[in-house]
Design a protein around this ligand. Structure first.
Ligand SMILES: Nc1nc2c(c(=O)[nH]1)N[C@H]1C(S)=C(S)[C@@H](COP(=O)(O)OP(=O)(O)OC[C@H]3O[C@@H](n4cnc5c(N)ncnc54)[C@H](O)[C@@H]3O)O[C@H]1N2
Ligand code: MOO
Length: 393
């Protein structure tokens, strides 16, 4: 289980950049574990991956043809397939060789099958020394760095790790997360009606958290009662992070602050000066679990997840706080009062342009966008360069 540090101050109404920094600074990285190479896709490499062998490990033929020794013509003495091996060639000798077969000792080149001809039992053709031989170590020497600690392993990394001799790779343990969805008005199925609204966070949050690198342990609905919320927070079990949705504000059944108090929890961040998403919070509960409280408005919840949750998860994964790209805003954008504004946008060659349906209770804009333009307090003019917060994919 993960612990937040014990600083006693609570950041109230934090500016957006400080909130990210504080979230990133409050959790130590998780331990490493070893997983088989084939199961390490998108995991964070825990330590440098160095080649366990030279690449390639031995000199081999890059073509189908003949391995030859010295100048021709040559006497063909046998056949060598990939996976096989043969004794050394003497000058003037050759063997039929398949692509990938280890070159016999004494081989000076490979003559491609289309470039040679056997006349009266003698092989004729023209090669230069070294032709079509893949030399041992030409890609990497043993011990050379293949991928640094902290990278997110791609499919290409997995192939490279296997080629470099690894059965298992060291990766950072995935942060385990329990999701609690608050709100008696929510429906799990069908169409919103008669004041009840379909839960749209339960289905999407696990996907976002998975993309951030987390392992989802549970997704549960919690009734609007303090006792039920406290019980749910206690019962999440041994997870690194609890993510709640809803109940962050000051309405009659917005119970999250009261539940944190009941559990002798401590608020690390209590609201952020950003729109949407401002009632978000980050807390440490007495039973030492970290709690990320996302607002109930669905788009606001995602903005909050990316504001506090993404840096928090990066810290758990031992990764630095993401440095955001700068992109040109194709239009002037307003930002309210003293808050940063996160504007859903699509990024193109000429800059980023806001999408329609930006409301914090709306989801069309989120489905359309590929990230948020981070509009500073006071707004921006067309062509201003702004930070770009990408949606995880
Ligand atoms: N007096 C004030 N009222 C509100 C303020 C404020 O500053 N002063 N802030 C508003 C903002 S901004 C937000 S965001 C919300 C945050 O409220 P909560 O986190 O307490 O969320 P709820 O009240 O539970 O729900 C808000 C809204 O979202 C709908 N909702 C909740 N969960 C889901 C879900 N899983 N799927 C779909 N929709 C969901 C819920 O029905 C409400 O409509 O507070 C404002 N109020
Ligand atoms: O900021 Mo609320 O978080 O606008 O929907």
């Amino acid at each position: 289980m993960t612990t937040l540090d014990t600083r006693s101050t609570t950041l109230v109404g934090a500016d957006w950049a400080s909130a990210r920094t504080v979230a990133h600074g409050c959790l130590p990285p998780l331990a490493a574990e070893h997983v088989s190479v084939g199961h390490a896709h998108r995991r964070v490499l825990a330590s440098d991956l160095v080649a366990a062998t030279a690449l390639p490990a031995f000199t081999s033929s890059a073509m189908d043809g003949w391995a030859v020794s010295g100048p021709g013509p040559w006497t063909v003495t046998g056949t060598l397939l990939a996976g096989g091996s043969a004794g050394p060639l003497a000058p003037g000798e050759a063997v039929v060789i398949a692509t990938g077969a280890q070159a016999p000792g004494g081989a000076t080149a490979v003559l491609r099958s289309e470039d040679g001809v056997v006349v009266d039992g003698r092989l004729e053709g023209h090669v230069r020394d070294g032709d079509h031989l893949r030399l041992a170590g030409e890609e990497a020497h043993r011990g050379e760095l293949m991928a640094p600690a902290g990278v997110v392993l791609t499919a290409g990394h997995l192939g490279l790790a296997a080629a470099a001799g690894y059965d298992v790779v060291p990766v950072v343990r995935r942060p385990t997360v329990a999701v609690l969805v608050l709100g008696d008005e929510l429906l799990d199925h069908g169409v919103s009606a008669r004041g009840r609204v379909r839960d749209s966070l339960g289905p999407q949050l696990p996907a976002w958290l998975d993309l951030l690198g987390c392992s989802i342990r549970s997704v549960a609905r919690v009734p609007d009662s303090l006792a039920a919320l406290v019980e749910a927070l206690i019962s999440v079990g041994d997870v690194d992070l609890v993510v709640t949705t809803g109940g962050t504000a000051a309405g009659p059944v917005d119970l999250l602050h009261r539940a944190i108090e009941a559990l002798a929890g401590r608020l690390v961040v209590d609201s952020v000066a950003v729109r949407p998403g401002h009632p978000m919070l980050l807390a440490r509960l007495a039973h030492r679990v970290a709690l990320l409280g996302l607002p109930g408005n669905p788009q606001a919840a995602v903005a909050a997840l990316l504001t506090l949750g993404a840096p928090l998860v990066d810290a758990l994964l031992g990764r630095p706080l993401a440095v955001l790209d700068q992109v040109r805003s194709r239009e002037a954008l307003a930002a309210p009062g003293r808050a940063t504004r996160l504007v859903l946008a699509r990024r193109g060659d000429a800059g980023a342009i806001a999408v329609a349906h930006q409301g914090s209770a709306m989801l069309r804009g989120l489905a359309e966008a590929d990230g948020y333009l981070v509009v500073p307090t006071g707004g921006c003019a067309a062509d201003d360069r702004l930070a770009w917060l990408p949606l995880p994919r």
